[in-house]
Design a protein around this ligand. Structure first.
Ligand code: AMP
Ligand code: MG
Length: 492
C-alpha cells in the first residue's frame, strides 16, 4: 500500500479488521488537497515510537491524513449502532472516520491510530464525511486537558488542515484529527453485533474486548459476566471523574461510550463555570438529557443497553441472563459513589478517614452544604477550590467573595477549618487551568484565522493544570460577563 512515502519502521496492525471482519469495511481516506499541520503532540508521538520531526514532514502528513500508509496497513471504517438521545439507530458506524490500524504503546499494549474527518465512508448516510478545523482542535484541546487531569481518555496526536472547504452553517476550513485510543470499541459496537443475531460474532467481539481491555475477566469463572462488570466499574469511575472536574460531555449516546472506560468523542462538550447540576452546553440537547447532573444516571442507562446486547453471553436462559445483568449493573451506583465521594473529599482537603467514624456525618454533610451554597451563589466550580485552599492557608477573602450569603459561608468555613483541611493536598487535585469555554472559543477562532499562538498558550496551560504560573493568570479567570450563556454547536 505504500506509494512514494518512506515509512521508518512503522507497523500498523490489523487485528481488529482480522478478528472482527463483520465490523470492518476496508476503506481509504479522501485525499487532502493541501495538507498543513496545525498541531502535533510530540510527547505522544514519541510514546508511540513515531518521530515528531518525521511526522511534520510530507511523509508524516501523508500518514496523518491517511493519504499513504505503511506496507501491510488495512484501514477500515468500523460499524456500530447506538442510542442517540434515547432513540436507537441500528447502523451508525464511522461515517467520516477510519481506523488506520494498531500501534503499540510503551508497555506493548495495542492502541488504535484513527482519523476523524477523512472523507465519506459507506456509513456516511447523509453526511459529507468531513470535519472542520475548529471542532477538531476542540477535541485536541479537551482530550489533552482530560489526560493531564488524570482522566482516562482518547488522546490527540495531530490536527492537519486539509485545504478542503466544509459546508456547515457557513463555509469552514476542513481538518483531519489523528487520535489514539485504547480501542474504539463502544457500547454501540456490541449493539451492532447483537443485532446481527450472530452469536459467534458477539462472542468474538467480547473476547477481543476482554483481551484488550479487561484481561482479568478471562480468568474469571464467567468471563463475559466479568467483562460486563469491568465495563460497569470502568464507566462508573470515569463518570465520577468527569463530575469532579465539572466536565459535561454533551452527547453521551451509546455510540460515544467506550468499553475501555476512556472518554471519547469530544463534540459539544464543555466544563462548568458556575456550579449548577442543570447545566447543558449542547445546542441540540434541548431536553437536558445530558446535563451535568444527569451524567451518572445516563451512564447507568447506557450500561443497561450494553447488558441487553450481551444477554446471550451472560447465561443460557434469558431470564437468568436478565437477573445476572441486573445484579451486575447494581454495582454501578456504589462504584460511582465511592469514587465521587472520595474525590470530593480530596477536593475539600479532607483526609480519607476522620476519627470516631464521623466521616459521613461530618465531612459528607459539610460537603453537601458547600455544594448547595455554591449552587445558590453560582460559584465558579474550578476557581472555588483553589481559593478554598488559600482559605485553609489563612486567606479566606477570595473564597468568601464568591458567595452571596456571607453569614452562611462564614459559618460553613469555620466548621470546615475545624477539620484541619490540607491545602497542599488540595493543590494536587484541584486544577488551576481547565479549558474554559471562552478561551477555547478564542483559541479556535484565532486558529481558523491563521494565528496558532492562542491555541498553543491554551494547550500550555491545560496540559500542566495544577501548577499556577505567571503569565497564565487569565487562563484561571472565569468568562467575562459579556460571554453570556455558552452553547456549543453540534456542527462538528
Ligand atoms: P458523533 O456525533 O460525532 O458521535 O457522530 C455520530 C454518527 O454520525 C457517527 O456515525 C458519525 O460517523 C456520523 N457523522 C457525524 N458527522 C458526520 C459527517 N460529517 N459525515 C458523515 N458521518 C458523520
Ligand atoms: Mg461518536
Amino acid at each position: 500500500m505504500s506509494g512514494t512515502a518512506v515509512f521508518p519502521a512503522i507497523v500498523l496492525g490489523d487485528r481488529f479488521a482480522r478478528e472482527l471482519p463483520e465490523l470492518a469495511i476496508a476503506w481509504r481516506a479522501e485525499r487532502a488537497p493541501d495538507p498543513r499541520l496545525l498541531v502535533l503532540n510530540g510527547p505522544l508521538a514519541e510514546r508511540l515510537g513515531l518521530d515528531p520531526a518525521w511526522l511534520r514532514g510530507p511523509d508524516g502528513l501523508a500518514l496523518l491524513t491517511g493519504a499513504q500508509l505503511p506496507e501491510g496497513a488495512r484501514p477500515v471504517a468500523q460499524g456500530y449502532a447506538g442510542h442517540q438521545f434515547g432513540g436507537y439507530s441500528p447502523r451508525l458506524g464511522d461515517g467520516r472516520a477510519l481506523l488506520l490500524g494498531e500501534l503499540a504503546d510503551p508497555d506493548g499494549r495495542p492502541v488504535d491510530l484513527h482519523l476523524k474527518g477523512s472523507g465519506r465512508t459507506p456509513f456516511a448516510r447523509g453526511g459529507d464525511g468531513l470535519a472542520a478545523v475548529g471542532p477538531m482542535l476542540r477535541e485536541y484541546v479537551v482530550s489533552e486537558a482530560m489526560h493531564a487531569l488524570g482522566i482516562p481518555t482518547t488522546r490527540s496526536l495531530a490536527v492537519v488542515a486539509t485545504g478542503a472547504r466544509v459546508q456547515r452553517e457557513t463555509e469552514l476550513p476542513g481538518a483531519v484529527l489523528a487520535r489514539v485510543a485504547a480501542s474504539h470499541l463502544r457500547v454501540g459496537s456490541f449493539q451492532y453485533a447483537r443485532a446481527t443475531d450472530d452469536l459467534d460474532l458477539l462472542r468474538r467481539l467480547a473476547d477481543h474486548a476482554i483481551d484488550r481491555h479487561h484481561p482479568a475477566a478471562a480468568a474469571a469463572e464467567h468471563p463475559y459476566r466479568a467483562l460486563y462488570a469491568a465495563v460497569v466499574d470502568a464507566q462508573a469511575r470515569l463518570i465520577a471523574q468527569w463530575m469532579l472536574v465539572g466536565f459535561v460531555h454533551g452527547v453521551m449516546n451509546t455510540d460515544n461510550m467506550t468499553i475501555s472506560g476512556e472518554s471519547i468523542d469530544f463534540g459539544p462538550c464543555a466544563f462548568l463555570d458556575a456550579f449548577d447540576p442543570a447545566t447543558v452546553f449542547s445546542s441540540i440537547d434541548e431536553g437536558g438529557r445530558y446535563a451535568y447532573g444527569n451524567q451518572p444516571a445516563v451512564g447507568q442507562w447506557n450500561l443497561a443497553r450494553l447488558a441487553e446486547a450481551l444477554l446471550p453471553l451472560l447465561a443460557d436462559d434469558e431470564q437468568d441472563a436478565v437477573a445476572v445483568a441486573t445484579e451486575l449493573l447494581g454495582g454501578y451506583a456504589p462504584a460511582y459513589r465511592a469514587v465521587y465521594a472520595a474525590g470530593l473529599r480530596r477536593k475539600f482537603g479532607l483526609p480519607d478517614g476522620l476519627p470516631d467514624g464521623l466521616e459521613d456525618a461530618v465531612a459528607g454533610t459539610l460537603i453537601d452544604q458547600a455544594l448547595t451554597q455554591m449552587e445558590q451563589s453560582r460559584v465558579d466550580f474550578t476557581g472555588f477550590f483553589r481559593d478554598l485552599a488559600a482559605a485553609a492557608r489563612g486567606d479566606a477573602e477570595p473564597a468568601r467573595s464568591r458567595f452571596l450569603d456571607l453569614a452562611a459561608f462564614d459559618d460553613w468555613l469555620a466548621r470546615w477549618r475545624a477539620l484541619d483541611p490540607d491545602p497542599d493536598a488540595m493543590g494536587r487535585v484541584n486544577p488551576v487551568y481547565i479549558p474554559r469555554n471562552h478561551l477555547v472559543e478564542q483559541a479556535l477562532a484565532a486558529a481558523v484565522d491563521g494565528d496558532l499562538d492562542p491555541l498553543h498558550h491554551l494547550l500550555a496551560a491545560v496540559t500542566d493544570p495544577y501548577r499556577a504560573r505567571p503569565g497564565f493568570e487569565r487562563y484561571a479567570d472565569p468568562a467575562p460577563e459579556d460571554f453570556g450563556d455558552y452553547r456549543t454547536f453540534c456542527g462538528t
